[in-house]
Design a protein around this ligand. Structure first.
Ligand code: ATP
Ligand code: MG
Length: 236
């Protein structure tokens, strides 16, 4: 079954048509990437899926049910979690307080404890810094925290917006290893990346977004070998 389906999804900012009717689907367990140049509409699409922006047209289906007009917090309850571009951690809260915010919808303390320990085993660095204010973490550590906080909401589908942005190569490798690990645990992933090569290497399928439209949709392997994609997005 498809976990997520977009049917002609459109996103507008006043008169600006950022997303012009895209179709996309993700099966349970898949890792799918969305690549495209600056301004292609990637973030706008993710925000509309998460309910942070209204759809100007089209439908979003989650587990077969339309969620197009549901508020964001109800989508979180259904298992949709977004790790936003720029991370969005609460800078004045500690690492652990940020993580607990990810579990705000739950009141089963023992399970929340288990999830917290899982976050720390996924990211030992966060455990060392559990009492540190999030605003004082490095960029890479903030990215880890943002991912871990999203996992605290026990997502079925994790939306990741540019997890590698602004990070040194070693940290990018580390984040991507973790993303592979999360996928291996059975979480379905929609990954948006400027780093198209890395995104295509970690995913099974990909969509190319250009000017608010899907211009290519294929297996990641085919996209990696596609001359157009290589010229435009892989610097080859
Ligand atoms: N709040 C806004 N108001 C008006 N226009 C916006 C707003 N946010 C985004 N846009 C426009 O919508 C288009 C798509 O932006 P979006 O952020 O979705 O692109 P993106 O693919 O995520 O780009 P990037 O790779 O730079 O993050 C751009 O032309 C952008 O200028
Ligand atoms: Mg973006």
């Amino acid at each position: 079954m498809n976990l997520l389906e977009l049917h002609s999804l459109a996103v507008h900012y006043g008169g600006i048509k950022a997303v012009k009717g895209i179709d996309l689907h993700i099966a349970e367990g898949e890792v799918v990437c969305l690549i495209g140049a600056n301004g292609a509409g990637k973030t706008s699409s993710l925000k509309a899926i998460a309910g942070l922006l209204p759809a100007a047209g089209g439908e979003v289906l989650f587990r077969g049910q339309p969620i197009t007009r549901l508020p964001a917090h109800q989508r979180v309850r259904q298992g949709l979690a977004l790790v936003p571009e720029g991370r969005g951690v609460f800078p004045r809260l500690t690492v652990e307080e940020n993580l607990l915010m990810g579990a705000y919808q739950f009141d089963d303390k023992p399970q929340i404890r288990i999830d917290l320990e899982n976050s720390y085993s996924l990211f030992p660095r966060l455990q060392e810094r559990r009492a540190q204010r999030a605003g004082t973490l490095s960029g890479g550590e903030q990215q880890m925290l943002a991912i871990a906080r999203a996992l605290m909401s026990r997502p079925r589908l994790l939306l990741l917006d540019e997890p590698s942005m602004g990070l040194a190569p070693l940290m990018v490798q580390k984040i991507f290893e973790t993303i592979r690990g999360i996928a291996a645990q059975g979480v379905t992933l929609l990954l948006v990346e400027q780093n198209a090569r890395l995104a295509l290497e970690v995913s099974q399928r990909g969509y190319v977004l250009d000017g608010g439209r899907v211009t290519l949709a294929d297996s990641s392997e085919s996209l990696l070998g596609n001359p157009q994609v290589r010229a435009a997005y892989l610097g080859a």
